[in-house]
Design a protein around this ligand. Structure first.
Ligand code: NAD
Length: 370
């Protein structure tokens, strides 16, 4: 993050945020932030992030990304997000999540879903408390979006379209995935099914790089058993920063914000970036990528698979429906955005923001003044 403190004066604009709520429950140590950015298209859907360092500014930026993502995907939902300040691996998670659920009971225009540090089980606890959550386990009638890899599947749908815009063939393209978690490993799996070759993957423990190709199923097993991709038997072990500068065709950042920045953007060798994580590149880095002719598909276009799946679940659709809707919406929106960016010689993010903004503004015209 750039360190600027969040204030409404400096961050609010014609779209939002509608609500910024700080939550504190001293009985269990809950400290959390909820930002409901815009609800013109419908009640906001957005993930619950659990991390020790999540800030109001980060939650606001993520909520705005959800407004853009949900509008760009043509969903009947606005954008929101929340953050719980805790270490997901070292806390009484159930207690914190249940306390969080109770405190958002009356924020009915916010529908929580899973995000970094939370999962289907957490959503089941929230559902149990307040009857309002998406990304639920199958046994509760949900479509477990992380288990089926909805976002990773959407990234592969986007890759099929985006490769055509940068002279790559997906079959045989080499891929590096920063953050081999729910998004990253499923993206690797679906892309491998289309003939792409994983050559690098990272997590908090570091990077594994093997130009001859990494077996995705084996890497998934290794990570599950040992906790890190670096325990993979072959290839070179590198620091987690080095993943961005290895030779490959496609990079998928799928971990934290701002990991592509002014200090590493100049050394990126890939032709295509698919933003699996939310806001993984700084605005300055995105400008440099554009100048260098590296196609950079923005987060809210290519990582919308999870929220599309959540919306299908919320409206009673099946898992099969979810895959069909993700494929159709992401392919269509990617094509629309990249065609416009190419025609007008603008950054894909600018084209995508214009498309999403147009939809939100049109929806706002139907709202009564308060
Ligand atoms: P996750 O917790 O399952 O996985 C994150 C992975 O990133 C982990 O393997 C972790 O070790 C790794 N990681 C963390 N910091 C790292 C670093 N500095 N360098 C390298 N690896 C690092 O989380 P997730 O659900 O896969 O989400 C990842 C990102 O994708 C987040 O930005 C999230 O907001 C975004 N996202 C997730 C979904 C979804 O469906 N889960 C949908 C859209 C966007």
């Amino acid at each position: 993050m750039n360190g600027t403190e969040f204030t409404l004066e400096s961050f609010s604009d014609d779209l939002g945020p509608a609500k910024v709520v700080h939550l504190y429950d001293p009985s269990c140590g809950l400290r959390a932030i909820v930002v409901i950015d815009n609800v013109a298209c419908g009640p906001s859907i957005g993930g619950v992030r659990m991390a020790t360092d999540v800030s109001t500014q980060e939650v606001f930026r993520l909520a705005r990304a959800m407004t853009m993502k949900n509008a760009a995907a043509g969903l009947a939902h606005g954008g929101g997000k929340s953050g719980i300040l805790a270490d997901p691996k070292h806390c009484d998670k159930q207690r914190l999540i249940r306390a969080f659920a109770k405190t958002i009971r009356n924020l009915s225009e916010y529908i929580p879903g899973p995000d970094m540090g939370t999962d289907e089980t957490c959503m089941a606890w929230i559902q149990d408390e307040i009857g309002r959550a998406v990304g639920l386990p199958r046994v509760l009638g949900g479509i477990p979006l992380d288990e089926i890899g909805a976002t990773g599947f959407g990234l592969s749908a986007c890759a099929e379209v985006a490769t055509e815009f940068c002279g790559l063939k997906l079959d045989g393209a080499t891929i590096a995935i920063e953050g081999f978690g729910n998004v990253g490993r499923h993206a690797a799996r679906y892309l491998a099914q289309k003939g792409a070759v994983l050559v690098a993957a990272s997590d908090t423990g570091g990077t594994i790089y093997d130009p001859s190709g990494i077996d995705v199923e084996e890497l998934t097993r290794v990570k599950q058993q040992s906790g890190s991709v670096t325990a993979y038997g072959r290839g070179h072990k590198l620091s987690n920063q080095e993943i961005f500068t290895q030779p490959c065709d496609i990079i998928i950042p799928a971990a934290r914000p701002d990991c592509i920045h002014q200090d590493n953007v100049g050394n990126i060798k890939a032709k295509l970036i698919l933003q699996g994580a939310n806001i993984p590149a700084t605005p300055e880095a995105e400008r440099v990528l554009h100048e260098r002719g590296i196609l950079n598909v923005p987060d809210f276009i290519c990582n919308a698979g999870g929220v599309i799946c959540a919306a299908v679940e919320y409206h009673g659709g099946s898992e099969k429906d979810a895959f069909e809707v993700i494929q159709e919406k992401i392919a269509r929106n990617s094509h629309a955005v990249l065609t416009r960016a190419h025609r007008e010689e603008i950054q894909p993010r600018k084209a995508a923001v214009e498309l999403a903004r147009q939809r939100v503004k049109s929806a706002m015209e139907f709202r009564a003044e308060t």
